[in-house]
Design a protein around this ligand. Structure first.
Ligand SMILES: Cc1cc2nc3c(=O)[nH]c(=O)nc-3n(C[C@H](O)[C@H](O)[C@H](O)COP(=O)(O)OP(=O)(O)OC[C@H]3O[C@@H](n4cnc5c(N)ncnc54)[C@H](O)[C@@H]3O)c2cc1C
Length: 393
């Protein structure tokens, strides 16, 4: 029979839930019990497993930049720190860089972001069109005014491997993973007392973390909290190109389309127009978006893509915060032990280590210790003060 009380229960055991479980159980100042309740033991539909798995420091808000800088540090030490019984997991972190391209209208924003990013320690170089052309002869720069290239620290990784590494380490440090679905919360006087599970069991808890990704909104609704997070479908297309693109980083076109190397080919994607981006209910790949928008856009940027061949593609769901496309982190004022870490809006893989650490600090000490993320709390939502992140891909 399942243990009936845990000091911390985490609903959702993918990147965010496992990062929180890892940091809590790694903290010498914490001796409590931790249970992670995960509805899908296969993890096949979670955003973590379907992610484009890239990390960048090129954001427009200090918090997002700092969280990703920590993500890089964490990845560089991942193998040693996640070792279990001498087995060192490899997150396949490749520091291939991000290249944000700007047309004339976007150049000032690129420069402003660059100034902020550099002041916080990000290793980003500004390139003019001639420098872009020399460095990337395969790139059409005719309509570009510049670009910003991450020289170190940015790149891509194995998202599933990273999640499993943290999960395995958390278990080795004492966390319990339970295969079940949290269907409701018992609460009294603004305090969660227990989670109700799909099999009818109940687990009492000292604190609860909502790390349920796109499932977080339904969970919040069981205690009458309106979480502005909705599932948005994003397709990732795998293509092969007959011509190599030497030195290709993760490239972000001014249109918002992206591509980067993956194995013997490339992955690429683009968000659909806002008026064609409903709540996602299935995982069907958006082939029309590829044919009508993505391919023509990227073939104009990289002429070699005219001849590309589309291979195995997939679609996943962003947990999109429709309020301001940023993380919602920490306690809701109506509940004194219910912590949120939701609305990651497509950049949560790289931020998972910083978010897991922040949750652990909040639960153990009552406040942020290493990185002040208070601006990402519920107050901005409740007071209608969006914290806009301009660099959403
Ligand atoms: C196509 C795509 C591309 C992306 N590219 C990037 C990228 O390049 N870089 C980046 O940083 N991020 C990227 N992201 C975003 C990133 O993958 C997510 O932000 C991150 O994985 C979110 O992790 P999570 O643990 O919050 O959510 P998820 O990975 O979705 O996990 C939530 C888990 O909660 C479980 N769950 C849900 N409800 C319940 C319940 N009631 N009870 C118990 N368990 C429950 C689910 O089964 C699931 O396993 C991308 C996402 C997608 C979809």
């Amino acid at each position: 029979m399942t243990q009936q009380h845990f000091d911390v229960v985490i609903a959702g055991g993918a990147a965010i839930g496992s990062a929180a479980a890892y940091f809590l159980t790694a903290d010498a100042g914490f001796s409590g019990s931790v249970a992670v309740i995960e509805a899908d033991a296969s993890y096949q539909f979670c955003a973590t497993a379907l992610s484009a798995a890239s990390i960048r420091h090129q954001f427009s808000t200090p918090e997002n930049i700092r969280m990703s800088l920590f993500g890089t540090q964490f990845l560089r030490r991942f193998s040693q720190n996640m070792a279990v019984d001498g087995d060192c997991p490899d997150p396949a972190f490749h520091e291939g860089g991000y290249l944000f391209l700007a047309s004339a209208s976007g150049l000032q924003t690129l420069h402003n972001n660059h100034q902020l990013q550099s002041s916080l320690g990000a290793d980003i170089a500004l390139l003019n069109p001639a420098q872009l052309q020399t460095r990337y002869p395969w790139l059409n720069t005719s309509d570009l005014a510049g670009g910003a290239l991450g020289l170190s620290g940015e790149g891509w990784l194995d998202a599933y491997g990273m999640m499993q590494g943290m999960r395995r380490k958390a278990i080795a440090q004492g966390a319990s993973y339970l295969h079940n679905k949290v269907t409701g919360l018992d609460h009294t006087a603004g305090h969660v007392t227990a989670v109700r599970l799909a099999d009818g069991e109940r687990i009492h808890c000292g604190a609860l973390i909502n790390a349920a990704g796109t499932g977080a909104t339904a969970l919040a609704a069981t205690v009458d909290i309106d979480l502005p997070v909705h599932a948005r479908k994003r397709s990732v297309f795998y293509v092969q190109c007959p011509q190599p693109l030497p030195g290709c980083p993760m490239v972000i076109d001014p249109s918002g389309a992206y591509f980067r190397p993956e194995g013997q080919g490339f992955i690429m994607g683009i968000s659909p127009p806002a008026d064609q981006d409903p709540d996602a209910t299935d995982f069907d790949v958006q082939h029309a978006l590829f044919d009508e928008v993505l391919w023509p856009t990227l073939a104009a940027r990289v002429p070699a893509f005219e001849a590309l061949r589309c291979g195995r593609s997939w679609a996943g769901h962003y947990d999109m915060n429709l309020f301001d496309q940023n993380l919602i982190l920490g306690l809701h004022p109506a509940m004194d032990n219910l912590y949120f870490a939701n609305g990651l809006s497509g950049h949560g893989m790289q931020q998972a280590p910083a978010i897991g650490r922040a949750l652990s600090e909040l639960i153990i000490t009552g406040k942020f210790q290493t990185l002040d993320l208070s601006r990402l709390g519920w107050e901005r939502i409740l007071h209608h003060q969006p914290m806009i992140e301009h660099n959403i891909v």
